[in-house]
Design a binder for this molecule. Structure first.
Ligand SMILES: Cc1cc2nc3c(=O)[nH]c(=O)nc-3n(C[C@H](O)[C@H](O)[C@H](O)COP(=O)(O)O)c2cc1C
Length: 321
């Protein structure tokens, strides 16, 4: 498929997730044939003030293309200026976050709070589309709450203002991540606009991706939580879409080996202290559903260095395989 002039090999994308979709995790997903990866959300204001941490979130690797940089903010001037600056880095596409439900974001009028002011969304998209050449997408929710379901209206405004694709998560801001994602809204948007639509919400296995594509007609699917500790979901989903065959999950040894490789990358990239702490959540996801996983989680939370991590994981693997 294509978004503007960007050719994308397949229609199974990794959703942007703050604290999760950093460079090491994106590389693992890419290795499993993920069609498009997104950075964690990055504050446009933070970039403007040259916040070092914010800038490092946008570091990309030549092996992960195509990669989208996701910005958040509410000021059209600042977002447009920062999008232009980010466009000069090796990212392939710019996405603007209009769906984050967190209070620390919405109280500044950013993320999903933008859905309360469709005209501002129009202005942001218009300004950014005119300041960059690379494809521009937005990621929205169904609406702010049940009384203001306006994703279709917003999708049309964004298309008219110059967006090149729209990603839609079928929940309201009020739902955060609870309840079931409404896939009907994805179909409604697909029927209402001519640009590509990327459907998102509750894809946890290959069959879900096919279901969403079939039911909504969307052009691509985006997987978030279903990819945590499970980068294989991309290769397994692509294989299923191509052949109708469900490949088995990797063996325990393979899962543990990938978790270790992930840990090595994250420690190299972020240093031991932060790396180990961030790796703890990834490890809990890698072992989810395996025997004695709750006991293991307690051990994982005490791990302090890479050597300890390796020995705890291999011991675990040898006990359960
Ligand atoms: C831990 C976490 C962090 C997230 N961070 C972002 C983010 O930075 N930007 C964004 O647009 N959405 C973010 N999301 C939302 C996801 O991109 C996605 O829309 C949502 O999880 C629904 O998809 P899923 O059911 O496949 O998880 C985040 C979700 C989670 C669980």
């Amino acid at each position: 498929m294509k978004i503007k002039n960007l050719k994308i090999d397949n229609k199974v994308f990794l959703a942007p997730m703050a604290g999760v979709t950093d460079l090491p995790f994106r590389l693992l997903c890419k290795k499993q044939n993920c069609g498009m990866v997104y950075t964690e959300m990055v504050s446009a204001k933070g970039l403007l003030f040259e916040n070092e941490k914010t800038g490092s979130l946008l570091q990309v690797d030549e092996r992960e293309h195509p990669v989208a940089a996701q910005l958040f903010g509410s000021d059209p001037d600042i977002i447009a200026e920062m999008a232009k600056r980010v466009e000069e880095t090796p990212v392939d596409m710019i996405d603007i976050n209009m769906g984050c439900p967190a209070l620390k974001i919405t109280r500044n009028g950013e993320g999903s709070a933008l859905m309360k002011t469709p005209e501002r969304i129009g202005e942001i998209v218009y300004r950014v589309a005119r300041s960059i050449e690379k494809p521009l997408t937005i990621k929205i929710r169904k609406g702010f709450d049940d009384n203001s379901i306006n994703a279709v209206e917003i999708a049309k405004i964004a298309e008219d203002a110059g967006a090149d694709a729209i990603a839609i998560h079928g929940r309201t801001r009020e739902q955060f991540y609870t309840g079931k994602a409404d896939w009907n809204i994805i179909k409604e948007i697909k029927d209402a606009v001519g640009i590509p639509v990327i459907g998102n919400g509750d894809i946890v296995k290959p069959q879900d991706a096919k279901d969403m594509l079939d039911k909504t007609g969307c052009d691509a699917v985006m997987i978030g939580r279903g990819a945590q500790g499970n980068p294989w979901i991309f290769s397994r989903t692509n294989h299923y879409l191509e052949t109708g065959e469900i490949l088995p999950m990797p063996t325990v040894e393979e899962r543990i080996a990938t978790a270790l490789y992930h840990a090595e990358m994250i420690l190299t990239y972020k240093g031991d202290y932060i790396g180990i702490r961030q790796m703890r959540s990834h490890l809990a996801w890698y072992i989810k559903g395996l025997p004695n996983s709750s006991e293991m989680r307690v051990k994982i939370n005490k791990i302090d260095n890479l050597e300890e991590l390796k020995s705890v994981l291999w011991q675990y693997a040898s006990h359960i395989s």
